[in-house]
Ligand binder design. Structure first.
Ligand code: F6R
Length: 366
């Protein structure tokens, strides 16, 4: 079943072009952005939505955090993203014009299901599940659904489920933007072209594996790592840190790069590698000055930059250039090298990649 791959995780990382192509099938060819992608009643349920509340756990929560940047910048809809186990027990203020979006690979995560039910008891009836399992409890509890087509995910560490969730959330952003009159035809076409090209773009990133493998060799001996990102790539830094902890047992933390000098910089020395997610976007200049701060303290830097961004390689600064800069969807590409980095670091350490200690694939108890 594994074919040419050594583990399910590696196989699933490499299945991402296919998983994305399948998930985005409805817009292949001439398909347009439509509420219909989310169910027959979506146009009616989306009508009058003034805010979005995303509820999820773990990696699925990180997908929600990326979506917040998209929903606010493109669809102009105020968005809150909350960890399901916090939301379900917290006294919050419900607002009826909210679209509640629950994200779950398995559709059975106990906290996410309970958070969804809690939102419904508070009177929020507009619910949408983004889920990889069609007949799951979370899907059955939701008014609307979008089924990601990642295929079965066996490795405990979520990879292809995450990128297909992002694809679904990009479609949701565009559908809501269109309903709100915020998606001019030319913009829609531009986004559709980028979405259709996504499997090919991901394929090109996967070809960086040999270089990332080399980085992983140096990495595996470290006990701690710091991940930095800004804007919509901050959640990608968080996801990179989670992957590294989960399968290679290296302690990792992610920070919004601007927070560096508010505390974590004190930790940086030659034994603390810093991984920076540095796309060529409007925040690059700011990130560059954070990187200098790290270098000045002897920290070793691993930078995932975009094609064309001018960060020079030097002593202690390792740069990996992504094949292309991908605008709004750039987080989908930037997570791939981080998945590969943790996979290869785990291989060097000899951990049980597909079944990390203490973890279960589907967390059906609190
Ligand atoms: C991390 C991971 C977990 C899950 C989380 C939610 O790699 O797999 O953090 O993302 O347990 O699971 P689902 O998406 O099934 O609700």
């Amino acid at each position: 079943e594994l074919g040419q791959f050594r583990h399910y995780m590696q196989k699933e990382i490499f299945e991402q072009p296919q998983a994305l192509g399948n998930t985005l099938e409805m817009i292949a060819g001439g398909g347009a952005i439509s509420p219909q992608h989310f169910g027959a009643r979506a146009a009616e349920i989306f009508d009058g939505v003034r805010r979005v509340l995303v509820l999820a756990c773990g990696t699925s929560y990180h997908a929600g955090l990326v979506a917040r940047y998209w929903l606010e910048s493109v669809a102009k809809i105020p968005t809150t993203v909350e960890i399901a186990s916090e939301y379900r027990y917290r006294e919050s203020v419900p607002e009826a014009d909210t679209l509640v979006v629950v994200i779950s690979q398995s559709g059975e995560t106990a906290d996410t299901l309970a958070a969804l039910k809690h939102a419904k008891t508070l009177g929020m009836a507009r619910t949408l599940a983004i889920c990889n399992v069609p007949e799951s409890a979370i899907v059955r509890e939701s008014a609307l659904r979008f089924i990601t087509r990642a295929g079965p995910e066996i490795g405990v560490a979520s990879t292809k489920a995450f990128t297909t969730q992002l694809a679904a959330l990009a479609l949701l952003t565009l559908a809501l933007a269109k309903l709100n009159g915020r998606l001019p035809e030319a913009e829609e076409q531009r986004h559709l072209t980028a979405l259709r090209h996504l499997p090919v773009a991901v394929q090109k990133v996967l070809e960086l594996e040999p270089e990332i493998e080399k980085w992983a060799q140096r990495f595996a001996s470290k006990e701690h790592a710091l991940f930095l990102g800004r804007g919509r790539h901050w959640p990608i830094a968080m996801e990179g840190a989670l992957k590294l902890k989960e399968i290679s047992y290296i302690h990792a933390e992610a920070y919004a790069a601007g927070e560096l000098k508010h505390g974590p910089l004190a930790l940086v020395d030659k034994d603390m590698p810093v991984i920076a997610v540095s796309p060529a976007d409007e925040l690059l200049e700011k990130l560059k000055s954070n990187l200098q701060e790290v270098r000045a303290r002897g920290g070793e830097l691993y930078v995932f930059a975009d094609a064309g961004s001018e960060i020079p390689e030097s002593e202690g600064v390792h740069i990996l250039h992504m094949p292309e800069h991908y605008g709004m969807l750039s987080p989908v590409l930037h997570v791939i090298p981080l998945q590969l980095l943790s996979y290869h670091a785990a291989l060097v350490k000899g951990t049980d990649v597909d079944k990390p200690r203490n973890l279960a694939k589907s967390v059906t108890v609190e």
